[in-house]
Design a protein around this ligand. Structure first.
Ligand code: PHE
Length: 340
């Protein structure tokens, strides 16, 4: 019995030494040390020995088992180290190569346009007032002189959160917030931000878009102040050669109300596909703040006056950069975004 154990010991070590591939290791392990391996078998054979020989034989079997286990562990480590060394030698990792540069991103076209607009109005003394995108029906409509069931509500397709709360359909409710916060001090602010309308999404309309609202409230503010401000803005934003045009319009929160157009920056007013051969592009809705709205904001319309305007951000940017589909602004396609 002891002879068999010693033979197993020698055989095990020899066959282990012959193993050159790590993949062959489990096979060797099963043969010698596994549950059905040769050493387990030898252990089982102990029962057949006369009682006085059993302790010595049992001890030896366990010693051999431990020795083989240790040899196995060492051999496994050696094979792994050799494998790593070989892969380093042939894989030729050149640690002196410079790293791959991380592509730096840049600001989204909407953000850049918005920043430019903020800059221009900052030069004219306008501060920025941020108002929430989720608004009360009261601020979005009611206090802007658009009571429930007023037909003017049809101008704004609305996402309702509940009966009293909407995603703001324009930045104008910020006028109310700003006036209520600052009265009776004079105001000169722009209110930029995201707006939402329940719209069919097409190349020309999205259900989310940016607007920039403007509001000035003070003593003796006149319609010509509004025109002058918008003209200065248009020229700074789109070039000194721009001409503007004022058309009568209607908004419940301004009186009088106008639309501001500028001559088409692509054809210079002679007419092209972009301006639909009219020579003019829409820039903003505007007007003098309605007395009811001034009063709702906390200003006595007998003493105070003001102007307001609201312009979209994406449409003019589309014309400026000849972008054909408004959906590009929101679908995060790098091929589009990288162009600006
Ligand atoms: N809120 C209007 C719109 O979204 C634009 C506007 C703002 C008009 C301020 C007049 C004054 O259509």
């Amino acid at each position: 019995m002891l002879d068999t154990i010693e033979a197993l010991h020698t055989e095990g070590l020899e066959t282990l030494r012959a193993v050159e591939q790590p993949a062959q290791l489990p096979e060797w392990y099963r043969t010698y040390l596994g549950r059905k391996g040769k050493l387990t078998e030898a252990l089982r054979g102990l029962g057949a020995l006369p009682a006085d020989q059993r302790p010595a034989a049992g001890k030896r079997v366990n010693e051999v088992k431990e020795a083989l286990q240790a040899a196995f562990d060492a051999h496994q480590d050696a094979l792994k180290a050799a494998e790593l060394e070989a892969s380093l030698a042939t894989g030729a990792v050149d640690i002196t190569l410079p790293g791959r540069p991380v592509a730096p991103g840049h600001l989204h076209l909407s953000t850049r346009t918005l920043r430019r607009i903020r800059e221009i109005f900052a030069e004219m003394g306008f501060q920025v007032y941020e108002a929430p995108q989720v608004e009360t029906d009261e601020n979005n409509f009611g206090l802007l002189n658009i009571p429930p069931y007023h037909p003017a509500r049809d101008m704004w397709d609305t996402f309702w959160v509940d009966d009293q709360v909407v995603l703001r359909t324009h930045t104008s409710p910020g006028q109310i917030r700003c006036m209520r916060e600052h009265h009776p001090a004079p105001i000169r602010v722009i209110l930029p931000g995201k707006c939402y309308r329940y719209e069919q999404i097409t190349p020309r309309s999205e259900h989310q878009f940016f607007q920039v609202e403007g509001l000035a409230v003070g003593h003796g503010i006149r319609f010509t102040d509004l025109i002058g401000t918008l003209r200065a803005f248009t020229r700074k934003m789109y070039g000194e050669a721009r001409r503007i045009r004022i058309r009568g319009s209607y908004f419940p929160f301004t009186e009088p109300s106008v639309e501001l157009d500028m001559d088409c920056m692509l054809c210079g007013g002679s007419g092209c596909r972009v301006c639909k051969h009219t020579g003019w592009l829409e820039v903003a809705g505007a007007g003098m703040v309605h007395p009811v709205v001034l009063a709702n904001g906390g200003y006595d319309p007998a003493e105070w006056s003001g102007f307001a305007f609201g312009m979209g951000l994406e449409r003019p940017a589309m014309l400026h950069h000849r972008i054909e589909d408004i959906r590009y602004f929101y679908n995060n396609d790098l091929r589009f975004l990288q162009q600006f």
